[in-house]
Each structure stands twice: as structure tokens, then as C-alpha cells.
Design a protein. Structure first.
Length: 39
């Protein structure tokens, strides 16, 4: 999730990559997976 944000804003000299629908869905699925794994 942090990598998506860093890529979107170009932090730390990273190449700016737009937040696409696929990347957003992937980030949401990762968050859901972490929540389910912690239960």
C-alpha cells in the first residue's frame, strides 16, 4: 500500500505512476487480506 502512494506522488525520487483502477483494487484487496489474517 505504501508503494502505491510513493509511486503516485513520486516520493524519494520514484518515477510517478498514476493510480489506476487495477492498482487501487489491488491495494484494497491487500488491506482486506491483512484484516482477515489478523482475525
Amino acid at each position: 500500500v505504501a508503494a502505491v502512494i510513493i509511486d503516485h506522488v513520486g516520493a524519494f525520487g520514484a518515477i510517478v505512476q498514476r493510480l489506476t483502477m487495477g492498482r487501487a483494487i489491488g491495494a484494497v484487496l491487500m488491506i482486506i487480506g491483512v484484516i482477515l489474517a489478523r482475525r
